[in-house]
Design a protein around this ligand. Structure first.
Ligand code: GLU
Length: 377
């Protein structure tokens, strides 16, 4: 079939495939994009952009979360004097992001695709307005057939304001954009039953939402150039799957991995986290990722925790609150604990902490946390 690309005069010859998903977020790690000497692996990037082009032609919307800025910057320039880790990350990411996005832009252009750079920080996921602005921007890019390429703005996000790694960022993006699947491309085939070098170790092909403990499989090995290891990947994958999104961890260095993963007729090696089909609302998805931004702690009595955990949609009323710690404003996100001190959820406070403390145990009509803004584990 002959398809006309976006650029006038550009034609592609391809077989349209029957794709499993129609909107995906793809996370590519630094280890996929760099060679052993730390330079950007242009051949790999070309294979990746080519696969994305083929999927796009088959009607798949793709959001790319790409690491590689720090690695690209590091291979470009060594600082004149020894820098602290924060400064060197700022220096390298600022230099490397330009290189990275230029390479992507050139490669995508060859396939007639326009790409765009979106840099973000964890702070932007905290504030609902920023969150919605970002969502709007990505939606507009997709509507205009552009491939957004997202990375953390490493130049300004420092220590506690940083994402754990781009795996975390890609999870947030996948749920924000209601992707059907998140595909995490690393340099191994998936999660193994043992260390991949141990004879007999196999890739776990499917992980159901009911699988309780994966810790015996996962080794605390970090990737050489990126920040994320298998433990964070698995943690993010589970969380995202619980929000109704398929997650695949696969080897981005394998030829055609992305296309094969999406091709309904293929059986590409990967670890597939099966989603929990009970999807939560987008507000609740946002809340689910807000743990590091919470401002206060709310303790509730057993009646309230039972009511909250029942099947009925229940808001957290002041009558069920037994104590409150921390300072927060109306609209801040608070953590909720039961009588035994177990962390049971998070929600957006409808009072500031001063007012809420005065209303503890009262019959105030307005709930402290409305059901629509309540996320329970
Ligand atoms: N944002 C970093 C970069 O582009 C990568 C963070 C990570 O490795 O997850 O280099």
């Amino acid at each position: 079939m002959i398809i006309r690309g976006q650029n006038p005069g550009f034609f592609l010859n391809l077989n349209l495939m029957d794709c499993r998903y129609h909107r995906i977020t793809v996370k590519v790690g630094s280890n996929v994009l760099t060679r052993p000497d730390g330079m950007l692996d242009l051949a790999r990037m070309a294979q990746l952009t080519d696969q994305i082009a083929r999927l796009k032609q088959s009607g798949v919307e793709i959001i790319l979360v790409s690491s590689g800025a720090v690695a690209a910057g590091r291979s470009e320039l060594q600082p004149a004097r020894k820098l602290d880790p924060v400064s060197s990350r700022q220096l390298w990411s600022a230099i490397g992001q330009v290189k990275l996005i230029n390479r992507y832009s050139d490669l995508f252009r060859e396939s007639g695709i326009t790409c765009a750079q979106v840099l973000t920080t964890k702070e932007n996921f905290r504030d609902r307005r920023h969150y919605l602005n970002m969502k709007n921007c990505l939606t507009t890019l997709l509507e205009n057939d552009v491939v957004p390429i997202i990375n953390e703005n490493d130049t300004i996000s420092v220590t506690e304001l940083m994402f754990t790694d781009n795996d975390e960022l890609s999870g947030l993006i996948a749920s924000m954009m209601n992707s059907e699947a998140l595909i995490i491309l690393s340099n191994i085939d998936g999660i193994y039953t043992d260390h991949p070098d141990v004879p007999g170790a196999e890739v776990i092909r499917e992980i159901s939402p009911k699988t309780k403990d994966l810790s015996r499989y996962i080794k605390a090995t970090k990737s050489e150039f990126g920040r994320g290891g298998m433990i964070t990947k698995t943690g993010i994958a589970r969380k995202i799957a619980l929000h109704g999104i398929h997650v695949h961890i696969a080897n981005g260095k394998k030829e055609d991995i992305l296309v094969n993963l999406l091709d309904a007729s293929e059986n590409a090696v990967n670890t597939h986290f099966i989603p929990d089909m009970h999807q939560s609302s987008s507000v609740k998805k946002w809340l689910a990722h807000s743990e590091s931004f919470t401002k206060g702690q709310i303790f509730v009595n057993s009646g309230a925790s039972m009511a909250l955990s029942s099947d009925k949609a229940t808001s957290l009323l002041m009558i069920g609150v037994t104590s409150i710690n921390g300072d927060f404003h109306e609209g801040d996100i608070v953590k909720i604990f039961d009588e035994e001190g177990n962390h049971i959820g998070m929600g957006k406070a409808q009072y500031d902490s001063k007012k809420a403390i005065l209303l503890i145990g009262s019959h105030a009509r307005k709930p402290l946390v409305h059901y629509d803004y309540l996320y329970l584990f």
